[in-house]
Design a protein around this ligand. Sequence first.
Ligand SMILES: Nc1nc2c(c(=O)[nH]1)N[C@@H](CN(C=O)c1ccc(C(=O)N[C@@H](CCC(=O)O)C(=O)O)cc1)CN2
Length: 286
Amino acid sequence: MIIDGKQAAADLRKILTIEVAQLKKDKGVVPGLTVVLVGEDPASEVYVRNKVKQTREVGMISNEIKLPNDTSEAQLLAVLQQLNNDDAVHGILVQLPLPKHIDESVIIAAITPNKDVDGFHAMNSGRLLNGEPGALVPCTPQGCIMLTKKHLGEDLSGLHAVVIGRSNIVGKPVALLLLQENCTVTIAHSRTKNLAEVCQQADILIAAVGRAHFVQASWIKPGATIIDVGINRIEDENGKAKLVGDVDFANVAAVCGAITPVPGGVGPMTIACLLKNTVAAARLNG
Ligand SMILES: Nc1nc2c(c(=O)[nH]1)N[C@@H](CN(C=O)c1ccc(C(=O)N[C@@H](CCC(=O)O)C(=O)O)cc1)CN2
């Protein structure tokens, strides 16, 4: 079975459209998201454009602030301070990656935690770690859990989940969310010994390594649910650019129970969950 992330994202946006209208009617609040893009990375420009478009489509306000590549860290911090103080802005997102001369951790720390719709601020990671209800949870990990439940249903208790990758943005938060779902969780990474054998134990396998076709069919427990977070641009046999995940899709699909495709899997859920977090932030701040 192929888990359709495009459809799941469209379903979530439909629910959010209703919630946004309700929030406006009951509280007079229209959630507002501002996305900040520094530089001209072509992929980032596409993602930001899609974020702004989809935010508006569900009835929210969205603004984009585009800054030149040579923007200094101090200038970016000044922009964030203005947004932190603007009551019409409920959610702030700084598109990553930032140019090399800007320290991402300084920028993330400068966003007011209740407006941090990416869920990357230490306050939100701490809330997630402690299982506190007010946490804004990173979007890609939220999307991974929703897609897993699309196939396995709401109860993931007792299942063994293996996460390959330990980044602050995907690996660590998705492992915490799986733990909240009562899974037994293993976090594997580049230093893990016997990675194939570790993966063979997985009822749920989350691949977030950033290496094209890294996960092999021989690593998969028959019937397992595979969530592919990778977005790798490679050349096909004709030299044409194409997008592939971290999983060797064609061969793994023959062994597993369900798998997310790339494109059309986790990626669309990342943006839909950003809209969900913006509604949550408007409720926190509005
Ligand atoms: N501040 C952030 N920066 C980045 C994040 C993030 O969550 N917050 N994640 C990624 C990029 N990203 C969102 O920003 C993102 C990546 C991919 C997709 C997506 O829908 N991909 C499509 C394919 C699109 C294509 O053809 O290129 C898919 O997988 O179907 C959405 C959002 C890094 N930066």
